[in-house]
Design a protein around this ligand. Structure first.
Ligand code: PXP
Length: 243
Protein backbone atom coordinates (compact mmCIF):
# COMPACT_ATOMS: atom_id res chain seq x y z
CA UNK A 1 0.00 0.00 0.00
CA UNK A 2 1.34 3.46 -0.84
CA UNK A 3 1.93 5.82 2.11
CA UNK A 4 -0.83 8.30 2.96
CA UNK A 5 -0.20 11.76 1.55
CA UNK A 6 -0.15 14.57 4.09
CA UNK A 7 -1.59 16.98 1.53
CA UNK A 8 -5.07 18.08 2.52
CA UNK A 9 -7.99 16.82 0.45
CA UNK A 10 -10.98 19.03 -0.22
CA UNK A 11 -13.78 17.12 -1.88
CA UNK A 12 -15.94 19.15 -4.20
CA UNK A 13 -19.53 17.90 -3.92
CA UNK A 14 -21.02 19.99 -6.75
CA UNK A 15 -21.81 17.01 -8.90
CA UNK A 16 -23.75 15.23 -6.19
CA UNK A 17 -26.02 18.26 -6.43
CA UNK A 18 -25.89 18.09 -10.24
CA UNK A 19 -27.55 14.66 -10.08
CA UNK A 20 -30.23 15.98 -7.75
CA UNK A 21 -30.91 19.09 -9.85
CA UNK A 22 -31.24 16.99 -13.01
CA UNK A 23 -34.63 15.81 -11.74
CA UNK A 24 -35.28 18.13 -8.78
CA UNK A 25 -35.50 15.09 -6.51
CA UNK A 26 -34.67 15.18 -2.79
CA UNK A 27 -31.90 12.66 -3.49
CA UNK A 28 -28.97 12.27 -3.55
CA UNK A 29 -29.02 13.93 -0.13
CA UNK A 30 -26.13 16.38 0.02
CA UNK A 31 -26.03 16.30 3.82
CA UNK A 32 -25.54 12.53 3.73
CA UNK A 33 -22.93 12.92 1.02
CA UNK A 34 -20.99 15.39 3.17
CA UNK A 35 -21.08 12.93 6.09
CA UNK A 36 -19.84 10.10 3.90
CA UNK A 37 -17.06 12.21 2.41
CA UNK A 38 -15.82 13.46 5.78
CA UNK A 39 -16.08 10.01 7.38
CA UNK A 40 -13.98 8.68 4.51
CA UNK A 41 -11.16 11.05 5.41
CA UNK A 42 -11.63 14.29 3.48
CA UNK A 43 -10.21 17.30 5.28
CA UNK A 44 -12.78 19.64 3.87
CA UNK A 45 -15.81 20.11 1.66
CA UNK A 46 -15.72 22.38 -1.35
CA UNK A 47 -18.75 23.69 -3.18
CA UNK A 48 -19.27 26.21 -5.97
CA UNK A 49 -22.37 28.35 -5.73
CA UNK A 50 -22.77 29.44 -9.34
CA UNK A 51 -24.79 32.41 -10.44
CA UNK A 52 -27.03 30.10 -12.51
CA UNK A 53 -27.46 27.68 -9.55
CA UNK A 54 -26.97 24.73 -11.86
CA UNK A 55 -25.94 22.43 -9.01
CA UNK A 56 -25.30 23.85 -5.53
CA UNK A 57 -28.15 25.98 -4.15
CA UNK A 58 -27.96 28.66 -1.47
CA UNK A 59 -29.70 26.30 1.01
CA UNK A 60 -26.93 23.74 0.41
CA UNK A 61 -24.27 26.21 1.48
CA UNK A 62 -26.29 27.12 4.58
CA UNK A 63 -26.71 23.42 5.40
CA UNK A 64 -23.01 22.73 4.78
CA UNK A 65 -22.01 25.51 7.17
CA UNK A 66 -23.81 23.56 9.92
CA UNK A 67 -22.84 20.08 8.78
CA UNK A 68 -19.18 20.29 7.83
CA UNK A 69 -16.85 19.34 10.65
CA UNK A 70 -13.63 20.03 8.73
CA UNK A 71 -13.25 23.10 6.59
CA UNK A 72 -15.84 24.52 4.25
CA UNK A 73 -14.46 26.07 1.09
CA UNK A 74 -16.91 28.11 -0.98
CA UNK A 75 -15.94 28.67 -4.59
CA UNK A 76 -17.58 31.70 -6.10
CA UNK A 77 -17.36 34.59 -8.52
CA UNK A 78 -16.34 37.90 -6.96
CA UNK A 79 -19.76 39.53 -7.38
CA UNK A 80 -21.63 41.73 -4.90
CA UNK A 81 -24.30 39.07 -4.48
CA UNK A 82 -21.77 36.34 -3.72
CA UNK A 83 -19.72 38.53 -1.40
CA UNK A 84 -22.87 39.30 0.60
CA UNK A 85 -23.68 35.59 0.82
CA UNK A 86 -20.15 34.62 1.85
CA UNK A 87 -19.92 37.33 4.52
CA UNK A 88 -23.25 36.14 5.95
CA UNK A 89 -22.55 32.37 5.87
CA UNK A 90 -18.84 32.63 6.67
CA UNK A 91 -17.25 29.56 5.16
CA UNK A 92 -13.70 28.90 6.37
CA UNK A 93 -12.33 29.57 2.90
CA UNK A 94 -13.55 31.37 -0.17
CA UNK A 95 -11.95 30.55 -3.48
CA UNK A 96 -12.60 33.27 -6.03
CA UNK A 97 -13.00 31.87 -9.52
CA UNK A 98 -13.88 33.28 -12.94
CA UNK A 99 -17.37 32.32 -14.00
CA UNK A 100 -19.08 32.25 -17.36
CA UNK A 101 -22.65 31.02 -17.72
CA UNK A 102 -21.95 29.15 -20.95
CA UNK A 103 -18.98 27.16 -19.64
CA UNK A 104 -19.29 23.51 -18.60
CA UNK A 105 -16.79 24.00 -15.79
CA UNK A 106 -14.32 26.65 -14.62
CA UNK A 107 -12.16 26.80 -17.71
CA UNK A 108 -9.27 28.98 -16.69
CA UNK A 109 -7.79 30.93 -13.82
CA UNK A 110 -8.89 34.31 -12.61
CA UNK A 111 -7.51 37.35 -14.44
CA UNK A 112 -6.31 38.93 -11.21
CA UNK A 113 -4.25 41.60 -12.96
CA UNK A 114 -7.14 42.62 -15.22
CA UNK A 115 -9.55 42.85 -12.28
CA UNK A 116 -6.95 44.13 -9.83
CA UNK A 117 -9.02 46.80 -8.06
CA UNK A 118 -12.17 44.82 -7.58
CA UNK A 119 -10.47 41.52 -6.72
CA UNK A 120 -8.33 43.24 -4.11
CA UNK A 121 -11.50 44.81 -2.70
CA UNK A 122 -13.19 41.39 -2.60
CA UNK A 123 -10.16 39.89 -0.81
CA UNK A 124 -10.23 42.69 1.76
CA UNK A 125 -13.96 42.30 2.39
CA UNK A 126 -13.74 38.55 2.86
CA UNK A 127 -10.65 38.80 5.05
CA UNK A 128 -12.40 41.34 7.22
CA UNK A 129 -15.25 38.85 7.65
CA UNK A 130 -12.72 36.30 8.97
CA UNK A 131 -12.69 34.22 5.78
CA UNK A 132 -9.42 32.99 4.26
CA UNK A 133 -9.31 33.94 0.60
CA UNK A 134 -7.86 31.87 -2.16
CA UNK A 135 -7.56 32.94 -5.79
CA UNK A 136 -7.92 30.29 -8.50
CA UNK A 137 -5.18 31.14 -10.97
CA UNK A 138 -3.42 29.64 -13.95
CA UNK A 139 -0.06 28.11 -13.13
CA UNK A 140 2.09 31.11 -13.99
CA UNK A 141 4.48 33.34 -12.07
CA UNK A 142 2.57 36.44 -13.28
CA UNK A 143 -0.73 35.11 -11.93
CA UNK A 144 0.85 34.25 -8.57
CA UNK A 145 2.40 37.72 -8.36
CA UNK A 146 -0.96 39.32 -9.11
CA UNK A 147 -2.69 37.17 -6.45
CA UNK A 148 -0.07 38.10 -3.86
CA UNK A 149 -0.43 41.78 -4.81
CA UNK A 150 -4.19 41.43 -4.25
CA UNK A 151 -3.32 40.25 -0.71
CA UNK A 152 -4.73 36.76 -1.07
CA UNK A 153 -3.14 34.46 1.53
CA UNK A 154 -3.79 31.40 -0.66
CA UNK A 155 -3.56 30.59 -4.34
CA UNK A 156 -5.13 27.58 -6.01
CA UNK A 157 -3.24 26.57 -9.12
CA UNK A 158 -5.48 25.45 -12.00
CA UNK A 159 -4.36 21.93 -12.91
CA UNK A 160 -6.71 21.63 -15.90
CA UNK A 161 -3.96 22.19 -18.47
CA UNK A 162 -1.98 19.29 -16.95
CA UNK A 163 -5.00 17.04 -16.41
CA UNK A 164 -6.23 17.42 -20.00
CA UNK A 165 -2.96 16.22 -21.52
CA UNK A 166 -2.47 12.60 -22.52
CA UNK A 167 0.97 12.66 -24.20
CA UNK A 168 3.58 11.65 -21.58
CA UNK A 169 6.13 14.26 -22.71
CA UNK A 170 3.59 17.08 -22.68
CA UNK A 171 2.41 15.93 -19.23
CA UNK A 172 5.99 15.98 -17.97
CA UNK A 173 6.52 19.52 -19.24
CA UNK A 174 3.26 20.80 -17.77
CA UNK A 175 3.96 19.08 -14.47
CA UNK A 176 7.37 20.77 -14.40
CA UNK A 177 5.64 24.10 -14.91
CA UNK A 178 3.24 23.41 -12.03
CA UNK A 179 6.18 22.43 -9.82
CA UNK A 180 8.15 25.56 -10.72
CA UNK A 181 5.21 27.87 -10.10
CA UNK A 182 4.35 26.11 -6.82
CA UNK A 183 7.96 26.50 -5.74
CA UNK A 184 7.94 30.19 -6.75
CA UNK A 185 4.76 30.76 -4.72
CA UNK A 186 6.14 29.16 -1.54
CA UNK A 187 6.63 31.73 1.17
CA UNK A 188 4.42 34.21 -0.71
CA UNK A 189 1.13 32.32 -0.35
CA UNK A 190 -0.21 28.94 0.71
CA UNK A 191 -0.42 26.79 -2.39
CA UNK A 192 -3.45 24.66 -3.26
CA UNK A 193 -4.29 23.08 -6.61
CA UNK A 194 -7.17 21.48 -8.37
CA UNK A 195 -9.25 20.77 -11.46
CA UNK A 196 -9.46 17.63 -13.53
CA UNK A 197 -7.51 15.51 -11.06
CA UNK A 198 -8.24 11.79 -10.84
CA UNK A 199 -6.68 8.58 -9.54
CA UNK A 200 -4.17 8.35 -12.37
CA UNK A 201 -2.84 11.92 -12.38
CA UNK A 202 -3.23 13.05 -8.78
CA UNK A 203 -0.10 11.41 -7.33
CA UNK A 204 2.40 13.63 -9.13
CA UNK A 205 0.54 16.79 -8.15
CA UNK A 206 0.19 15.67 -4.52
CA UNK A 207 3.96 15.06 -4.48
CA UNK A 208 4.78 18.68 -5.36
CA UNK A 209 6.89 20.11 -2.55
CA UNK A 210 4.90 22.34 -0.19
CA UNK A 211 1.51 21.54 -1.70
CA UNK A 212 -1.12 22.33 0.95
CA UNK A 213 -4.41 21.07 -0.47
CA UNK A 214 -5.97 19.52 -3.54
CA UNK A 215 -9.60 20.13 -4.42
CA UNK A 216 -11.14 17.29 -6.36
CA UNK A 217 -14.75 16.76 -7.41
CA UNK A 218 -15.88 15.41 -10.74
CA UNK A 219 -13.63 12.35 -10.83
CA UNK A 220 -14.60 11.32 -7.30
CA UNK A 221 -18.32 11.51 -8.05
CA UNK A 222 -17.77 9.62 -11.35
CA UNK A 223 -15.80 6.94 -9.55
CA UNK A 224 -18.48 6.70 -6.86
CA UNK A 225 -20.94 5.68 -9.59
CA UNK A 226 -18.64 2.84 -10.63
CA UNK A 227 -17.87 1.55 -7.15
CA UNK A 228 -21.48 1.96 -6.01
CA UNK A 229 -23.52 0.81 -9.01
CA UNK A 230 -23.56 -2.91 -8.17
CA UNK A 231 -24.64 -2.20 -4.60
CA UNK A 232 -27.43 0.08 -5.83
CA UNK A 233 -28.75 -2.66 -8.14
CA UNK A 234 -28.64 -5.20 -5.29
CA UNK A 235 -30.61 -2.79 -3.09
CA UNK A 236 -33.30 -2.33 -5.75
CA UNK A 237 -33.54 -6.10 -6.28
CA UNK A 238 -34.07 -6.49 -2.54
CA UNK A 239 -36.64 -3.70 -2.45
CA UNK A 240 -38.56 -5.29 -5.36
CA UNK A 241 -39.08 -8.37 -3.24
CA UNK A 242 -40.28 -6.56 -0.12
CA UNK A 243 -44.01 -6.20 -0.95
N1 PXP B 1 -10.94 23.86 -7.76
C1 PXP B 1 -11.69 24.84 -8.32
C2 PXP B 1 -11.35 26.25 -8.02
C3 PXP B 1 -12.77 24.52 -9.16
O1 PXP B 1 -13.49 25.51 -9.73
C4 PXP B 1 -13.08 23.17 -9.38
C5 PXP B 1 -14.26 22.81 -10.22
O2 PXP B 1 -15.42 23.32 -9.65
C6 PXP B 1 -12.30 22.19 -8.76
C7 PXP B 1 -11.22 22.57 -7.96
C8 PXP B 1 -12.59 20.74 -8.90
O3 PXP B 1 -12.44 20.33 -10.21
P1 PXP B 1 -12.89 18.89 -10.64
O4 PXP B 1 -14.37 18.81 -10.44
O5 PXP B 1 -12.47 18.80 -12.06
O6 PXP B 1 -12.16 17.92 -9.77
Amino acid sequence: MSPMSTVRLGVNVDHVATLREQRHTPYPDLREAIRLVEDAGADGITMHLREDRRHIQLADVEMAREEVRGTLNLEMAATEEMLDIACRIRPDYCCLVPERREELTTEGGLDVKGGAGWIQEACARLTEAGIQVSLFVDASVEAVDAAVAAKAPLVELHTGAYANLTQPEACRVELGRLRDVAEYAQGKATVNAGHGLHRDNVGEVAAIEGMNELNIGHAIVCRAVMVGLAEAVHEIRQAMGVA
